[in-house]
Design a protein around this ligand. Structure first.
Ligand code: TYD
Length: 222
């Protein structure tokens, strides 16, 4: 199918740890599949065998004290593979791709959170991810104190070795949240800031309304 007529759409979910984005992603995937759409669910860091290995490197306790630039470059190493091997092919065949995080996470966490130059991250995005831009990005907005509490509870239950980010101070998450808000404000057509301290059902109805509007529009050019 020529690229012009493919109806692939790329939607991403963002927010600080424990904001509830993964639940929202699953709810949206289910709703869209019920409408007969072919939906691909994926995540970052991860999404490919290489990416999942990099994810373990990034999120395990063994990575405590990782240099912020090392962290950033590993995120982009995983992303480059993800875009080429998974996201682009799915979009080219007309699928709806839902990703749990994408480059906005690098801008918010490594940029606003850790203080790496935003322009550098944007350059890396162009070089490593071909500048791929989501059609719609949901930023689930929540107070860091709520989110850290939720995340701790969840990690304890799952006994997962992914606690490194979640041990960061609330102050770090405040910066990340400010980053996400700034990113959403900068691109209001793409970035939708959704209040996250309400019921999952209510959040889902906002998300579904935006997604439906996007899907009703004509096919995007890439
Ligand atoms: P995530 O998969 O959302 O964690 P979980 O599913 O356990 O909630 O994200 C993992 C962590 O990686 C999260 O703390 C955010 C961080 N991250 C970055 O710092 N930069 C990035 O570019 C990405 C994709 C994630």
């Amino acid at each position: 199918m020529p690229a012009r007529t493919a109806r692939g759409r790329f939607l991403t979910f963002e927010g600080i740890d424990g904001c509830g984005k993964t639940t929202q992603l699953r709810l949206l995937a289910r709703a869209l599949r019920r409408r007969g759409l072919s939906v691909l669910v994926t995540r970052e860091p991860g999404g490919t065998p290489l990416g999942e290995r990099i994810r373990r490197l990034l999120l395990g306790r063994a990575s405590a004290g990782m240099d912020p630039h090392a962290e950033l470059l590993l995120m982009f190493a995983a992303r480059a593979q993800h875009v080429r091997q998974v996201i682009r092919p799915a979009l080219a065949s007309g699928r709806v791709v839902l990703s749990d995080r994408f480059t906005d996470a690098s801008l918010a966490y490594q940029g606003y959170g850790r203080g790496i130059d935003i322009a550098l991250i944007r350059r890396l995005h162009r070089a490593a991810a071909g500048g791929l831009r989501p059609d719609l990005t949901f930023v689930i907005d929540i107070d860091p104190r709520t989110s850290v509490r939720r995340a701790r509870r969840r990690n304890r239950r799952a006994r997962r070795d992914e606690g490194r980010f979640e041990r960061e101070a609330v102050e770090f998450y405040r910066r990340v949240r400010r980053g996400y808000r700034a990113l959403a404000a900068r691109e209001p057509r793409r970035g939708k800031l959704i209040p996250g301290e309400t019921t999952p059902e209510r959040i889902h109805s906002h998300v579904l309304a935006h997604a439906s509007r996007l899907l009703a529009r004509g096919a995007p050019r890439r």
